[in-house]
Design a protein around this ligand. Structure first.
Ligand code: NAG
Length: 365
């Protein structure tokens, strides 16, 4: 009797093993992306805030709870703050209300069709008060920075293979994002760096270099715009204690960098291209009946489920809730870290606010 049981168990394990091997190794299965690169995981990891900086982002005011979804970046002009949200709007944050300023994409239900909504990702005012917004409308475009002296725009996209909604696939595949220049003279876009998970961009004050957050490699790259090294790039800050998203000059020659932390289910498979490919394919396989049903019948419940699986929101619930802002000097050295270990999510439905003199006393005047 016992022998039979072990036999059955072994058989099942063999079947599962063969199935996984088939999924991992058969050439040409979707999703179609590269899974070749060995990817190193940062050795430093922030498990708690450095001593003395624990209260940097603690006890924030939580405002507009339930009225806002997925604010990613801010811009300010004339003392007013602006941000972009998941339903495609850029809003101005007044004392008691959010005032719509501009809408990207088309009308949509943000709960399950945000590819239609448009997604303002990063924005900046120029000195004349014109707002430049980088938004994903049909494809995965991310931040833009305008170089005021020349009118050129430096911008990034995170992936050239997957749509923004497919963050799970994007984060498993080899990075395919790029750092780009929109050349105002010629009207063309040029690729400056390719094969990175490019996120935020910041120009140096003298306009001679640009910093690019390479999210999945936990590093910041420096691209030289002028001088003898023009056109080349190098590591600026490596082995950051998380994945960098936005970079903001602090107006005093340093930079503020926001970090997130990827969920374990993504970082677990980090070292092995084969595992990353297998996980992506398994998720794709599981999604296939949902996709088929969705394209043939409209069932709102199914569409929401598919959306939930695709856009990382399901997984992001298990993401470490951390909000970290680093201050980095001109040489790329971390000089300060403030954090909060109970807040922080790309799908947050609130804004949090702390006083400048609490988080960055040196910047509060
Ligand atoms: C922009 O295009 C012009 C005309 O093609 C070219 O002369 C110039 O070098 C380009 N600028 C940059 C920064 O590549």
């Amino acid at each position: 009797m016992k022998g039979v049981q072990i036999g059955e168990g072994l058989k099942l394990a063999l079947y599962v093993g063969f199935f996984l091997l088939f999924v991992a190794c058969t050439p040409g299965l979707p999703p179609h992306a590269e899974y070749s690169q060995y990817r190193s995981f940062p050795t430093t990891n922030l498990d708690s805030c450095p001593e003395g900086r624990k209260d940097g982002l603690s006890d924030p005011d939580i405002i507009f709870k339930g009225k806002i979804k997925g604010p990613k970046s801010f811009a300010s002009y004339n003392g007013k703050l602006y941000t972009g949200v998941l339903n495609g709007y850029v809003v101005r944050i007044d004392d008691v209300s959010l005032v719509p300023v501009v809408k990207f994409g088309t009308s949509c239900d943000q709960r399950w069709e945000d590819p239609k909504c448009g997604r303002p990702l990063d924005m900046k005012f120029d000195k004349d008060g014109a707002l430049y917004v980088c938004a994903r409308i049909q494809w995965n475009i991310q931040s833009r920075r305008r170089n005021r002296r020349s009118g050129n725009i430096y911008w990034t996209h995170y992936s050239t293979v997957f749509e923004l909604i497919d963050l799970l696939y994007t984060n498993y595949a080899d990075p395919s994002g790029r750092f780009m220049l929109y050349n105002a003279t010629s009207g063309d876009n040029q690729v400056l760096i390719r094969g990175i998970a490019a996120n935020g961009v910041a120009l140096s004050e003298d306009g001679e270099s640009a910093l690019i957050a390479d999210t999945l490699s936990s590093r910041i790259l420096k691209y030289t715009i002028k001088g003898t090294k023009a056109g080349s790039h190098e590591d600026f800050a490596i082995d950051l204690p998380g994945q960098p998203l936005n970079i903001l000059p602090d107006g005093r020659g340093r930079y503020l960098v926001t970090l997130m932390r990827l969920p374990r289910i993504v970082s677990m498979a980090w070292y092995s291209p084969c595992l990353r490919r297998m996980f992506s394919r398994l998720v794709y396989l599981a999604e296939t009946p949902l996709r088929w049903l969705d394209s043939n019948f409209f069932i709102s419940y199914l569409r929401r489920l598919l959306h939930f699986v695709r856009n990382f929101e399901g997984i992001s619930r298990h993401m470490p809730k951390i909000a970290v802002v680093l201050t980095i000097d001109r040489e790329g050295k971390i000089i300060d870290t403030v954090c909060n270990f109970d807040l922080g999510s790309p799908f947050a439905d609130y804004l949090s606010r702390v006083l400048m003199k609490q988080a960055f006393p040196q910047l509060a005047d």
